[in-house]
Design a protein around this ligand. Structure first.
Ligand SMILES: [Zn+2]
Ligand SMILES: [Zn+2]
Length: 187
C-alpha cells in the first residue's frame, strides 16, 4: 500500500538560455507529491505517518521555499551574490530563520544563509524531481514523485527499496541502533 503526502514550495527561477519568456526571472508555487510504498506496519496500521514523510522531506526541501534557484553557469548568480554581499545579507540575516540543512549533491547545492539553490541543470519540473529523489531516496521508500508548477507537471515512478525499519508503536523510522527516536522502542 502507499502513504501519500504533498508539500508546497514557493520559488523563483529562470531558464537560462531558453528561448521564451521563461528566460526572465519569475516565480512559482510548486507542489511536490511524495508517494511512499511498503507493507502496512501492523502496529500502527499505516505504511508511514504522512506528517513524518512531510517532516523528513521538509527538513531538506525547505531550502527551496522562498528561495532563488539558479543554474551554476547563469551569469545572474555572481551578479546577485554581489548585491547580497554589498547589502550584508549574503551570509545570513536575523530574520532568515526558516533554513533547511545545507546540502550538496551531484545535481544541486543549497546555500540556506542566502536562500539560494544552485543547480547543475535547468530547474524544470523534471529537474526538481531528480533533485528531490536524490535528497530523499535514503530516507523514505519512495515509489513515485510528482512535481506540479503552474500548468507544468512531471512525474516519475521508482521501485521502492523497502529498507526502512519502522517503529511498531509510532510508525517512524528507527535509528541505526534500531531504536525509535520518538518513543524509545527498541527492536
Ligand atoms: Zn518557471
Ligand atoms: Zn516509536
Amino acid at each position: 500500500m502507499k502513504s501519500i503526502t504533498t508539500l508546497e514550495l514557493q520559488y523563483a527561477h529562470r531558464f537560462y538560455g531558453f528561448q521564451g519568456e521563461a528566460q526572465y526571472l519569475h516565480g512559482h508555487t510548486g507542489v511536490l507529491t511524495i508517494e511512499v510504498e511498503d507493507s502496512v506496519n501492523t502496529g500502527v496500521n499505516m505504511v508511514f505517518p504522512c506528517n513524518e514523510i512531510q517532516k523528513t522531506a521538509w527538513n531538506v526541501l525547505k531550502n527551496f521555499d522562498h528561495s532563488l534557484i539558479l543554474r551554476e553557469d547563469d551569469p545572474l548568480l555572481p551578479a546577485i551574490l554581489k548585491v547580497y554581499e554589498e547589502q550584508g545579507i549574503k551570509d545570513g540575516a536575523p530574520l532568515n530563520t526558516m533554513k533547511g540543512d545545507a546540502f550538496k549533491t551531484e545535481l544541486a547545492t543549497a546555500y540556506p544563509e542566502c536562500r539560494l539553490v544552485v543547480t547543475k541543470e535547468t530547474m524544470t519540473v523534471e529537474g526538481m524531481i531528480k533533485i528531490a529523489y536524490e535528497l530523499l531516496k535514503d530516507k523514505l521508500n519512495i515509489s513515485k514523485l510528482t512535481f506540479t508548477s503552474g500548468v507544468n507537471v512531471a512525474t516519475e515512478d521508482y521501485k521502492p527499496v523497502n529498507t526502512i525499519n519502522r517503529c511498531p508503536l509510532c510508525g517512524i523510522k528507527l535509528n541505526s541502533e534500531s531504536i525509535c527516536p520518538k518513543c524509545g522502542y527498541k527492536k
